[in-house]
Every structure is written in structure tokens, then in C-alpha cells.
Design a protein around this ligand. Structure first.
Ligand code: HEC
Ligand code: HEC
Length: 287
């Protein structure tokens, strides 16, 4: 190795170590203000924006959008937009709900977003959500078809005046209330449970906010029993024999099994419940 390469290497290593130490010190001393009332510094905001753009680009390069010009598609997309998006993002002439005004980063108007992102990118953002912002992932709450419908509606959103939006609102009745039957189309027969899909799904139903679950990082204010070794337990919640079918029953409607249970009905689809049951079945004692 030549001398200049060695010097460059040492300089880089020292700079990296100094940066890591400084960053660590800011975190550890509590200097970074986590309150939602203090905006991100321009540097952090720029970092988040760039990460978002690059990350979405990398993950959507091969995605082809289906035909989106179908008016029926737009109407269905509007219904979902009205039910799930306007609360945070607002719409022409419609303000977001009070809770959304307190979010940092603040949810942007989607009129502008619809212009900036391609259809495939918008689809990806809606389906996967954005970590460390308030943007939820919708893939466990909406089918792929429905997400594309929202994208179709967002394509015409920039052209709607407040009066147009109002007239969409009065012409298209809200969706009938329905139990989430997402990730797969409701017409499809659910397949056998898949533990890997279950481990992923479980993070989208708040399970780890109430249970310590091996392999899942999450909040640690647990009000439910730890799930380590659940596969070896004889009974679920002390009353229901621990079989795969019973586990699916329990996960989809705990109150039906035990009316006094504090475990809520989280709106799991049949498929997600099967996948999660398959994952729980891998949690044996001593692991
Ligand atoms: C709980 C509040 C909340 C809900 C509900 C919500 N979003 Fe978001 N959304 C956010 C926040 C916060 C961000 C990140 C800040 C930003 O860039 O707007 C975001 C970002 C986005 C972005 C990227 C915007 C950009 O250009 O940076 C899109 C697109 C988006 N949301 C679409 C949707 C759609 C469509 C829905 C409904 C299916 C939805 N959001 C529901 C809070 C929300
Ligand atoms: C709001 C808190 C909460 C959430 C969220 C929650 N649970 Fe529970 N869970 C509980 C409580 C409390 C119990 C004990 C109920 C009882 O015994 O009646 C329980 C019991 C269970 C049991 C039976 C445990 C045993 O030892 O018999 C399983 C399995 C379970 N939960 C899995 C899940 C999964 C998977 C999710 C996510 C889909 C989830 N829970 C989400 C609170 C929660």
C-alpha cells in the first residue's frame, strides 16, 4: 500500500470515528429534541427527504402500473381516499383532522405529491408506508387492487377544484363498513399459513405492543403474556385447546372465545391470521 493511501485510510477512519462519537454524544446526552413541536433541523429534514426519494426509487424500478384511466376505478379510489387519507393529508378545500396538524413531519398536500411521484412510486408509498413519519402502510388494510384505485384517483386530484371535490363527495356515497380482508383479494381462497409472512404481518397488528415476542423488536409496555414457547402451551388464553384452527379463531375474534379478555379484535384477515398462527407455531420452549 502506498503512503498516501494509508494516510487517506487513517484520516477517513478518524473522521468516521469522530462523527460516530459526536452523534452518540448528542443522542446519549438527550440534546436532540424529540418533541413534535420543534421542527426537524434543515439538515435532518434534507436527510429524510433524500432517503425517502432514493429508497422509493430503488424499490419501484421494475413496477409496471396497470391501466388507471377507468372512471369506476377512480370512484372506488376516491371512496378509499375519503375513508383513509383525507384525515391526514386534507383535500382541495378540506383541512386535515386536528390530530394530523400535530404530526412532525407534517403530512403534505397530496395534490403536489400526485404530480411529483410516478404511479408506481405512489402505489409503493401507500402500500408500504414511510417509517419514522406518520405515514401508515396500507397493504394489510387494502387489497392491491384498491391501492391502485387510490393511485388512479390521485392522478386526477390535482385537477379538482374545492367545488369539484365537494361534488365528488356528495355524488359518491361512502363505502359500506367492512371487515378488512386485505393483502389478498377477497375472492381468493386463503392459502395455508406461512410463518415468514406471519412474522411480517404480526408487526402490522400491534401484537408486539402488548406481548414480548421472540424475534420482534417493539414497544416494551407489555400488558399481555409473553408469547415465547406459545407452541408448547396446552391452552390458548387458558380456555381453548391450542390447535392451529383454534389459534386462528382466537386471533380473529378473542372476545368470542373469552368475553372478558383484554385482547382486542384487531381486524385480522383470515389469511393474515393463518400466517401469524403459523409463525406462533414456531415459538417453542427453550428457543
Ligand atoms: C396518520 C396520518 C396519515 C394518513 C392516514 C395517511 N398519510 Fe400519507 N403521509 C403522512 C405523513 C406524515 C407523511 C410524510 C410526510 C410527507 O412527506 O407528507 C405522508 C406521506 C405520504 C406520501 C408521500 C408524500 C411526499 O411527497 O412526500 C404519499 C404519496 C401519501 N402519504 C399518500 C397517502 C395516501 C394515499 C393515504 C391514504 C391511503 C395516506 N397517505 C394516509 C401521514 C398520513
Ligand atoms: C392491546 C393489547 C393486545 C394486543 C394488541 C394483542 N394482544 Fe394478544 N393478548 C392480550 C392479552 C391481555 C392477553 C391475555 C388474554 C386472556 O388471557 O384473556 C392476550 C393473549 C394472547 C394469546 C394467548 C396467550 C396465552 O398464553 O394463552 C395469544 C397467542 C396472543 N394474545 C397473540 C396475539 C397476537 C398474534 C396479536 C397480534 C395480532 C396480539 N395478541 C395482539 C393483549 C393483546
Amino acid at each position: 500500500m502506498t503512503t498516501w493511501k494509508r494516510i487517506a485510510g487513517i484520516t477517513l477512519a478518524i473522521s468516521a470515528a469522530t462523527a460516530a462519537l459526536l452523534g452518540g454524544a448528542v443522542v446519549y446526552t438527550g440534546l436532540y429534541d424529540v418533541s413534535a413541536t420543534s421542527q426537524h433541523t434543515a439538515f435532518v429534514y434534507h436527510l429524510l427527504e433524500t432517503s425517502l426519494r432514493r429508497s422509493v426509487k430503488l424499490r419501484t424500478s421494475g413496477t409496471e402500473a396497470p391501466a388507471l384511466e377507468d372512471p369506476a376505478r377512480m370512484v372506488n379510489g376516491f371512496r378509499h381516499f375519503r375513508a383513509h387519507c383525507v384525515q391526514c393529508h386534507g383535500a382541495p378545500g378540506v383541512a386535515p383532522q386536528p390530530f394530523a396538524l400535530g404530526l412532525t413531519p407534517a403530512p403534505a398536500s397530496l395534490v403536489e405529491a400526485a404530480r411529483q411521484w410516478s404511479a408506481a412510486e405512489t402505489y409503493w408509498i401507500i402500500r408500504n408506508g414511510i417509517k419514522m413519519s406518520g405515514m401508515p402502510a396500507w397493504q394489510y388494510r387494502m387489497s392491491d387492487q384498491e391501492i391502485w384505485d387510490v393511485v388512479a384517483f390521485m392522478k386526477i386530484l390535482p385537477a379538482l377544484s374545492p367545488a369539484d371535490y365537494k361534488s365528488w363527495d356528495s355524488r359518491h356515497a361512502p363505502m359500506p363498513a367492512q371487515k378488512a380482508e386485505a393483502s389478498t383479494d377477497a375472492s381468493q381462497e386463503p392459502r395455508l399459513g406461512d410463518a415468514v409472512a406471519g412474522q411480517k404481518a404480526l408487526q402490522q397488528y400491534l401484537c408486539a405492543t402488548c406481548h414480548v415476542i421472540p424475534g420482534i423488536v417493539g414497544a416494551n409496555r407489555h400488558v399481555g403474556p409473553p408469547l415465547a414457547g406459545i407452541a408448547d402451551r396446552q391452552y390458548i388464553a387458558g380456555v381453548l385447546p391450542n390447535t392451529p384452527t383454534n389459534m386462528v379463531r382466537w386471533l380473529r375474534d378473542p372476545a368470542k372465545v373469552d368475553p372478558l379478555s383484554a385482547m382486542p379484535d384487531l381486524g385480522l384477515s383470515e389469511q393474515d391470521a393463518r400466517d401469524i398462527a403459523a409463525f406462533l407455531h414456531t415459538l417453542r420452549d427453550g428457543e
